[in-house]
Design a protein around this ligand. Structure first.
Ligand code: GLU
Length: 421
């Protein structure tokens, strides 16, 4: 490996491409092919003026980056967050192409977002902003073109508004958006899908690394949709959730927290740190990753494990619920310290996988029951692990590079067969 790696101040998109290049090096991919696969297919920035309910005039920026469509329509979430700028959305769009390829869904990758703080917006403001965004994108998305889904800061309501706005122009089209409410063609199991998929990935690798889930200690960074459901499924498998963090702090308890109780406290007070439990310790949020645990689940923002704190990670297995939580330099430190990493493009692919099931149900005008969704999701996650493991063994490399190897082979293969499209 090159000792003189560039400093850590890379853009999010550069970081994703550094991971891409590690695998591309092993595959001996030409510069031309790399450029083609890295360059987004289409990028959009739209102006979103909003007159708020309170009478203020605001202007937001919305983005949709469509990264690749060689293997199928582009797919990826819509994020409402102050950090959702073009670089971040572009990085996340590329990750979606690799993610859908790793789990072998017939999709390409895209991502979108509005740079805003949804907490500051009223329900009506959020609806107006969402409808305007959907209106702007209307000519560029579609159930065989680009299919948005939920991400940080968006939920089933937002997806319903997007679907409704699009349908004003194109007729009732439930398959244009996933993560919808059940009443509008949403799927059983979509809400919990990312956490459940992450659990299936952990369940699959645990015996291979000699990890007994019964009593295993888990630290969860971030207690949003992904963190909560991941914690819940791990707790159901008899893991102990010994440390949890949110933006307000880290809470630690050696006996393990009751995940439902944490969720109740979060819903009622806005933060898990308000839980009142004897023997519990409260620390700064940055202390989460250093807590002794068997499994660490980063389920917050990107780049939270970096070159300055990776040496403090004190676990055997990292299952990445968030997108790009680990920087490339941190990756190297973790590998040196013998930490196994289930990479984001595999570990958190359960969300987009159940989005795919939702889309299939919409196109066929069918409904699957929850049991079928779970069964099929488990199969996808376990099969993808086998593909990753085979590539890791073939190239004698880590699971992240293996995931990129599998993904790049699939995307490059499809692109090659389609020609210059
Ligand atoms: N936002 C999720 C992700 O990062 C899922 C996107 C989708 O369902 O389209 O994978």
């Amino acid at each position: 490996m090159n000792d003189k790696h560039p400093p850590e101040r890379l853009s999010a998109f550069d970081m994703v491409n550094r991971l891409f290049d590690r695998a591309a090096d092993l595959l001996g991919l030409s510069e031309e092919k790399r450029t083609e696969l890295k360059t987004p297919y289409r990028e959009m920035m739209v102006r979103l003026p909003l007159r708020t309910e309170a009478g203020e005039q605001k202007v937001y920026k919305g983005y949709r980056v469509q990264h690749d469509n060689s293997r199928g329509p582009m797919k990826g979430g819509i994020r409402y967050h102050p950090d959702a700028d073009l670089d971040e959305v572009r990085a996340l769009a590329a990750l979606m192409s690799w993610k859908t390829a790793v789990v072998n869904l017939p999709y390409g990758g895209a991502k979108g977002g509005i740079q805003c703080d949804p907490e500051e917006l009223s329900d009506l403001d959020l609806e107006r902003l969402t409808r305007r965004f959907a209106h702007r994108l209307e000519g560029f998305i579609g159930d065989h073109e680009d299919i948005p889904g939920p991400d940080m800061g968006t939920d089933a309501r937002v997806m319903a508004w997007m679907m409704d706005e699009y349908s004003k122009f194109h007729g009732f089209t439930p398959g244009v958006v996933t993560g919808k409410p059940l009443e509008l063609g949403g799927s059983e199991g979509r809400l919990s899908a990312t956490g459940r998929g992450l659990f299936f990935a952990v369940e699959r690798i645990a015996p291979e690394i000699g990890l007994d889930l019964d009593g295993a200690r888990v630290a969860v960074q971030g207690f949003g949709n992904v963190g909560y459901w991941a914690a819940r499924f791990l707790a159901d498998a008899c893991c102990r959730i010994v440390a949890v963090s949110d933006v307000h702090g880290t809470i630690v308890h050696a006996d393990g927290f009751d995940v439902e109780e944490l969720n109740r406290v979060r819903e009622e007070t806005g933060s898990i740190t308000n839980i009142d439990l004897a023997g519990m310790e409260t620390l700064h949020r940055d202390e989460l990753i250093a807590q002794p645990a068997d499994i660490l689940v980063p389920a917050a923002l990107g780049s939270t494990i970096h070159e300055h704190n990776a040496h403090r990670v004190n676990c055997r297995l990292i299952a990445e619920g968030a997108n790009h939580p680990t920087t490339p330099d941190a990756d190297r430190i973790l590998a040196d310290n013998g930490v196994t990493v289930l990479p984001d493009i595999y570990a958190n692919a359960g969300g987009v996988t159940v989005s795919y099931f939702e889309w299939v149900q919409n196109l066929q005008q069918m409904r699957w029951d929850a049991e079928r969704v779970d069964r099929e999701l488990r199969q996808v996650m376990h099969d993808a692990y086998d593909d990753l493991k085979a590539a890791a063994d073939e190239f004698d490399t880590d699971l992240r590079t293996a995931a990129f190897l599998v993904a790049i082979r699939r995307v490059a293969g499809a692109a090659q067969l389609r020609g210059m499209h």
